[in-house]
Design a protein around this ligand. Sequence first.
Ligand SMILES: NC(=O)c1ccc[n+]([C@@H]2O[C@H](COP(=O)([O-])OP(=O)(O)OC[C@H]3O[C@@H](n4cnc5c(N)ncnc54)[C@H](OP(=O)(O)O)[C@@H]3O)[C@@H](O)[C@H]2O)c1
Length: 343
Amino acid sequence: MADVRESALIDSSIAVVGAYGLVGREALSILHARGVPAQRVRALGSSRSAGTTIPFGPGSLTIEELRAGSLGGCDVALFCSDAQTAKAHAPAAIREGVRIVDNSSAFRLDDGTPLVVPEINSHLLDEGPMLVANPNCSTIIMLMAVEPLRRVFGVRSVIASTYQAVSGAGRAALEELFNQTRAVLDGHAPEPSAFPVPCAFNVFPHESAVDPSTGLNVEESKVIAESRKILDMPDLEILPTCVRVPVERCHSQSITIELGSPATLGALAEIYGAFPGVAYNGDPTALMTPRDIAGTDLVSISRPRLARDGRRISIWVCGDQLRKGAALNAVQVAERLVRRDVA
Ligand SMILES: NC(=O)c1ccc[n+]([C@@H]2O[C@H](COP(=O)([O-])OP(=O)(O)OC[C@H]3O[C@@H](n4cnc5c(N)ncnc54)[C@H](OP(=O)(O)O)[C@@H]3O)[C@@H](O)[C@H]2O)c1
């Protein structure tokens, strides 16, 4: 991955759309940490946040309202907003020569739109696409743990249960967790708004709509379809169970992978050690938690357990869904696109 002190984006003009939201703020924080100066960054949002100032390093940026033509003159726009906003504004920006990395689900499954995790399929950026889709956060975190094993042993199927932080549903959801927690401790009933049921002191299947014909909710369907696209394995068997837990940030996953050929526990340190973007802890007593991993860039893989024939492995994975699951992945994609332009 790019050296954070020499981000290829330093000389680019970058727009962050949805700057007031959780992913947008994280993107700004990452851009600052990678040395991008404030003069090169524009923060945009809806009329609701326009005029508000948000932190950028030691200083701040004032949010501009996103309107038709707002992104003209930018080299790259990181869309950290919803799918509707991306669909409404990205095509026109592309016509003005702005490269887009979109965090929403708007374009992920479109034919011809690369869906990229740089550690896995960065070759899709070689042609210099104007639009790149950032995968769903659970998809990115799961594949960062699966791909190193796939390259060595092959993968036949994946079963994953997720423990997803409430901040995965945005700023309003995170505020709901804080408010409900206070309310419950004060003896009041929690009142759900961002979620269909209380999130404080509770767990529940992911709140997205369920397809009655498959029983899968939208989050689970995204994990399946996006993983197949990224791995270019259209028939890969994937069975996810996506669950929301009352954790502030950082998604965890329990993943069982059926391998193409037998593995040994002893091989894992070298395999994961050679793969960028992950941190492997082979100590069977290690207790990696979302609190440990929140705010960090590496996807943590621990608690490896093998079936007796070595063909199935279970692992415990934690990844900050606001960073590698969203903003960091988008910045990495943008850096590759810009580096390619100047090469
Ligand atoms: N949260 C995660 O962990 C995560 C992970 C992966 C992907 N994503 C995706 O990333 C995107 C952002 O998620 P989030 O969690 O940051 O949500 P969020 O906290 O709710 O923020 C969304 C932002 O979108 C902006 N927005 C809405 N309508 C807009 C418009 N018409 N013009 C300009 N900006 C507009 C809002 O701006 P205003 O505040 O100005 O209204 C808001 O700040 C979503 O597509 C989400 O699915 C999120």
